[in-house]
Design a binder for this molecule. Structure first.
Ligand SMILES: [Zn+2]
Length: 140
């Protein structure tokens, strides 16, 4: 069987993620920028189980990291792995859906490393909520 084209891989990753960052849930349609195909673990290939959809901020902030420090315990832990872990097990929205809370060391470390609650994105989320565009319902 022929190896799928990169275009096909991108389409599968995009549809699997419903067009949203698999870390912070930012929807491509809300930011008007192309989301990135992120290699969860660098240098392990383009297999679908190693790829996720990420917004530019999360992708650049994560870079090659696979671990980060949990700011609550100061312990270094693995970053959230979108293929092996469930978002809802590690993260939750604030009541107004503008901030993401870390429910676990993995969640807190990932929020910190990827800067998932930086002031500009929190303000943007507030505006998206007011407009009825956030949060985008994720596929399970
Ligand atoms: Zn993101």
């Amino acid at each position: 069987m022929a190896k799928p084209s990169w275009q096909t891989i991108k389409q599968v990753v995009y549809e699997r993620a419903n067009g949203c960052c698999e870390y912070c849930s930012t929807a491509e349609i809300n930011i008007g920028q192309t989301l990135h195909i992120e290699h969860i673990v660098l240098d392990t290939g383009d297999k679908l189980e190693n790829l996720c959809l990420a917004c530019p901020n999360c992708n650049v902030s994560k870079a090659a990291a696979t671990t980060a420090v949990d700011p609550e315990t100061n312990v270094t832990v693995q970053l959230f792995h979108p293929r092996h872990q469930s978002w809802a097990d590690h993260f939750a929205w604030s009541e107004d859906f503008s901030e993401i809370f870390g429910l676990t060391p993995v969640g807190r470390a990932t929020i910190s490393r990827l800067k998932m609650n930086r002031p500009r994105i929190v303000l943007a989320r507030q505006r998206w909520v007011q407009a009825g565009y956030h949060p985008v319902v994720q596929k399970s």
